[in-house]
Design a protein around this ligand. Structure first.
Ligand SMILES: Nc1ncnc2c1ncn2[C@@H]1O[C@H](COP(=O)(O)OP(=O)(O)OP(=O)(O)O)[C@@H](O)[C@H]1O
Ligand SMILES: [Mg+2]
Length: 487
């Protein structure tokens, strides 16, 4: 999929590039065609200029005709032969003078005369400017441009954008940005190419050339980017979902393994106890039978607890539970829980202490769930403190709510782990603490229940240093005094 996506992106960008190149070629063709016409126009305009210069010669050639006119008007001509002779005479004079002028025009002397002039003098700026505009517009090019006439002789621009430029002594063509961009322009043409030595070039630069090159390509580019982004997004989302599913499936497998393990021990113990009871040596000893029956009962209730936990989680998932809220004294619950926890913790050489500072220990809440929450947190604090657990329970009254802090000096966790501990089935891979059992359901239950009580739970933890679970519960039970289902 990645390869095909990359393939699509490469093909799209090549195609867009190809379109831009095509537009560029077309644009260049149009500009050069326009420049060719401008150059021709310039030459043509120069010819008429020259004819004007040489106008007086023509005038003298034709003045013979006025002489004829004079004869007519004078009325002094005696006979028709004289008139005819005069006419012939004058006509031949006039023709020869005219031919002289024509040959002069065609002759090298004239063109040499013109070529010796400065390039700027040979160009009619207004005509040049009009010609460029007309030729470009004719080809559908209406974007802004700069033009300049560059003299090969002075090695500088002599005309820029309808103005003559007087180059200072020693200055170069690149001394201003406009000269520079003009000089580097892609579009230029030699002027007066028919001269012996080309006198200069006409440069034209389009600062907004890209707007034309990209004009037809924009919709394609936008479309490509949009659709590629959509495909990329879908691709990324699919990968994300796959990874999440994979993680979830791993977590479920872990859960099943844990559960099997958790059930295997009591089942094995019950099996052993049952075997013992039925053994002939024991059957007759009621006290031993009683002890084994007790073990069976204990293990059975342990299994029941586990099953209860899983079932409860399923109910929580469906949000199919009801809170039986009533005013309860949290300090009493904590004291009871601390006492129970101490039985376990003291076996490991540690202890649980309580620092109950809350001034209003009574809150409106569901007693069973609050007891479970505290048990779960204490159980974790003990489980994840491998040596001599030192657990502290602190309570405080804060702005209409009661704060319960359960602090341990256990293994702690990383920031990344901390973000996931409230996820269902999530368990940190404890490495050397493989014997620590659990389903990864405890904190998920705690979070759901705290939420149902409109409370809040946060964790501060540092790997190797310990963790603090900070629990805030509203004193008034989240303003819900009645028995409410949680939606
Ligand atoms: N006090 C703590 N210190 C360090 N890690 C903790 C602590 N409490 C929880 N954790 C981490 O968070 C994970 C999730 O805890 P949670 O209580 O949900 O599951 P569990 O204790 O593994 O199993 P269960 O509570 O369902 O028997 C734990 O596996 C553990 O890695
Ligand atoms: Mg737990």
């Amino acid at each position: 999929m990645t390869i095909s996506l990359l393939g699509i992106i490469v093909i799209q960008s090549r195609w867009i590039n190809y379109s831009i190149n095509l537009n560029e070629d077309k644009f260049r063709e149009e500009v050069y065609s326009a420049l060719n016409h401008v150059e021709k126009d310039l030459r043509a305009s120069e010819s008429t200029l020259d004819l004007d210069v040489l106008g007086h010669d023509f005038a003298s050639g034709y003045s013979a005709n006025s002489k004829l006119d004079f004869y007519y008007r004078k009325g002094g001509l005696s006979d028709s032969t004289n008139i005819a002779n005069d006419i012939a005479n004058l006509m031949s004079k006039s023709r020869s003078r005219f031919q002289q002028n024509i040959s002069l025009l065609e002759g090298l002397e004239v063109s040499k005369l013109l070529q010796s002039k400065d390039l700027a003098e040979r160009i009619d700026i207004k005509r040049l400017s009009n010609s460029i505009k007309r030729q470009l517009n004719k080809r559908g090019i209406f974007i802004g441009y700069n033009y300049g006439v560059y003299s090969n002789k002075s090695k500088s621009f002599v005309i820029i954008d309808d103005n003559f430029v007087v180059a200072e002594e020693g200055t170069q063509y690149t001394n201003t940005p406009i000269n520079k961009s003009l000089y580097n322009s892609l579009y230029k043409i030699s002027l007066f190419e028919t001269d012996e030595e080309v006198p200069g070039m006409l440069y034209i630069n389009f600062p907004h050339r890209n707007s034309i090159l990209f004009k037809d390509v924009w919709p394609t580019i936008l479309g490509s980017v949009l659709f590629t982004a959509i495909i990329l997004f879908c691709f990324a989302y699919t990968i994300y979902v796959i990874l999440r599913q994979k993680k979830l499936s791993e977590m479920r497998t872990d859960f099943i393994n844990n559960m099997t393990h958790e059930f295997k021990t009591p089942i094995a113990t019950i099996n052993l106890a049952a075997d013992s009871i039925t053994s002939p040596m024991i059957v007759d000893q009621p006290s031993k039978v009683g002890r084994f029956a007790q073990i069976i009962k204990q293990e059975n209730s342990r299994m029941l607890n586990q099953v209860e936990k899983v079932l409860q989680m399923a109910l929580l998932e469906k949000k199919d539970f009801k809170l039986r809220k009533a005013p309860i004294n949290v300090h009493d619950i904590i004291m009871q829980a601390v006492e129970n926890a101490n039985l376990q913790v003291e076996k490991k050489g540690g202890h649980v202490t309580a620092e109950l500072k809350a001034t209003r220990p009574t809150i409106v809440a569901d007693q069973t769930h609050i007891t479970n929450i505290i048990h779960n947190l204490l159980d974790n604090a003990n489980k994840y403190s491998p040596e001599k657990p030192e657990i502290k329970v602190i309570t405080e009254s804060i702005n209409g709510s009661m704060r319960i802090i359960i602090r341990d000096k256990g293994i702690g966790m990383t920031n990344d782990q901390r973000k996931h501990i409230f996820d269902k089935f999530y368990r940190v891979h404890t490495g050397n603490l493989h014997d620590v059992k659990g389903f990864g359901l405890g904190l998920s239950y705690v979070k759901t229940m705290v939420g149902a009580h409109k409370g809040n739970i946060e964790v501060i933890s540092e790997l190797g240093e310990g963790s603090s679970f900070i629990l805030d519960l509203p004193v008034d039970g989240g303003q819900e005094k009645s028995e409410n289902g949680v939606t």
